[in-house]
Design a protein around this ligand. Structure first.
Ligand code: ZN
Length: 85
């Protein structure tokens, strides 16, 4: 599910994790997923793009992607929690 930049049509990234090296691997991964789901999209050329600049369908796609990421993160957490009991 790729959403193009509304300004230049370039690639959008949401990989804005603060400092993954500060976290142990698993927690870092979870934090990364959740954080990038909520972070503002960022264009490689234009920098951060506010959500309002995206078209309605693009915003819907971004929200769906966020929901999917959070769903996967929760499923992973529950799976690991059950494994460790
Ligand atoms: Zn751009």
């Amino acid at each position: 599910m790729r959403v193009a930049c509304p300004r230049c049509g370039g690639r959008i990234s949401r990989n804005l994790s603060p400092n993954p090296s500060e976290f142990p691997l698993f927690r870092g991964l979870m934090w990364d997923m959740v954080f990038s789901a909520f972070a503002a999209p960022e264009c490689y050329r234009c920098g951060k793009i506010p959500m309002v600049e995206f078209s309605q369908s693009a915003r819907l796609k971004l929200r769906l992607a966020s929901a999917a990421v959070i769903g996967i993160a929760v499923a992973l957490a529950i799976g690991l929690w059950k494994l460790m009991r």
